[in-house]
Design a protein around this ligand. Structure first.
Ligand code: IMP
Ligand code: MG
Length: 352
């Protein structure tokens, strides 16, 4: 760890025992920072007993590359990579039953997957409403029905997961399961979705998603109180991307983005993401809004190709190291993880 100060609860041997923690993972920009990959890595590295998803709904797209196989998930928590991790979706999330059942079957996780009876259900009318008018033309939503479903939930007319026969076998009291796991001393991971600046409350309204997505909202989505959280990992990509409409400081053209290797395409929509350089001002505010304790700096290999695949900090070149040090200095937090490629194991874990 060099001269980095370890924050409270970071997994490290203490009298031969590993500290057990409840960790929240959130994105500090506009989403698509690589939370999915980090969560999959942690599920294995930290022997996560329960990985629970908060966040908005199937508007999220998480890409996980494990042993050369690419998984594109919209609903199931990314901790599936660890075969003994229990996977839960909290009541704050809105669920498309078709999408979730397809993912559960494809991954073969039927025996370790649970969904809260109070998740709201996306119906055909929500998807239809999300695919036209103001939402499609002005906001540029993902068209997944997530926003209209949340609107119906606020109006108290939404369907609940407990009313869907196909979901019955998966229904469980998610908040009780998670809190019991925390109290028993197990490692628990709360997986956020989207990103700080598309939060309904803290983002660039109206160009935002249909719920808050900051760390405290993720806790609320799954029913965990703030005193139970030990660590908040803020994921920051080495450059910024945004899909859909809304201001993006320092935005470069699609062509320039392609030149820099910053051209990305949406997991859910396939749209080319808009791109801009790393933004320290946004990052500092995201640290504040999320109460972050650690930073995961992702996709460093895109800006510094020499570090592709590295799993050792010493393998980084001078330029990459000085960027990491600048991030730590400007944000006042340790960069505990550095992403060096899409694979689950292409990561520098500086905690050990
Ligand atoms: P909605 O969440 O589908 O209503 O879309 C609202 C805005 O949030 C649009 O700009 C979407 O592109 C954006 N958005 C929603 N989910 C994600 C995500 O997981 N990653 C990045 N952008 C997202
Ligand atoms: Mg995504």
């Amino acid at each position: 760890m060099g001269n980095l100060k370890l924050s409270k609860g970071v997994k490290k041997p203490f009298h031969g025992v590993f500290c057990l923690v409840c960790t929240v993972v959130v994105d500090g920009f506009f989403g698509d920072g690589g939370k999915g990959k980090l969560v999959s890595y942690l599920s294995v590295a930290d022997e996560i007993a329960v990985c629970a998803r908060g966040g908005v709904g199937p508007n999220a797209g998480h890409t996980v590359v494990d042993d050369g196989v690419t998984f594109k998930l919209r609903m199931v928590p990314c901790g599936f990579v660890n075969h003994s991790t229990r996977l839960l979706i909290g009541p704050g999330v809105v669920v498309n039953p078709e999408v979730v059942i397809k993912e559960v079957k494809e991954l073969g996780i039927e025996d370790r997957f649970g969904i809260d009876p109070q998740c709201a259900i996306i119906e055909a009318k929500h998807i239809e409403a999300d695919g036209k008018g103001h939402l499609k033309e002005i906001i540029g939503t993902t068209g997944t029905g997530t926003g209209p479903c949340n609107a119906d939930r606020a109006l108290r007319v939404a369907k609940m997961a407990k009313e869907i026969p196909e979901l019955e076998e998966f229904l469980t009291d998610v908040s009780t399961e998670i809190n019991e796991a925390i109290d028993s001393g197990a490692n628990v991971l709360l997986e956020g979705t989207q990103g700080t600046y598309i939060s309904l409350y803290h983002g660039t309204y109206p160009f935002v998603t249909s719920n808050d997505v900051c760390a405290s909202a993720i806790c609320s989505d799954v029913g965990v109180g703030p005193t139970k959280i030990d660590e908040v990992i803020l994921v920051l990509k080495a450059y910024v991307t945004r899909v859909g409409a809304g201001f993006l400081a320092g935005e470069i053209s699609f062509e320039e983005a392609r030149n820099r290797g910053w051209d990305e395409y949406g997991t859910v929509t396939g749209r080319q993401r808009r791109a801009a350089p790393f933004n320290f001002e946004l990052a500092r505010r995201a640290v504040m809004l999320n109460g972050a304790t650690q930073i995961a700096l992702t996709k460093l290999d895109i800006s510094y190709p020499e570090c592709k695949g590295a799993s050792d900090y010493d393998a980084l070149n001078e330029e990459a190291v000085s960027f990491v040090e600048k991030v730590e200095k400007e944000l006042g937090l340790p960069v505990t993880f550095i992403g060096t490629g899409p694979g689950v194991r292409e990561i520098i874990d500086r905690r050990t």
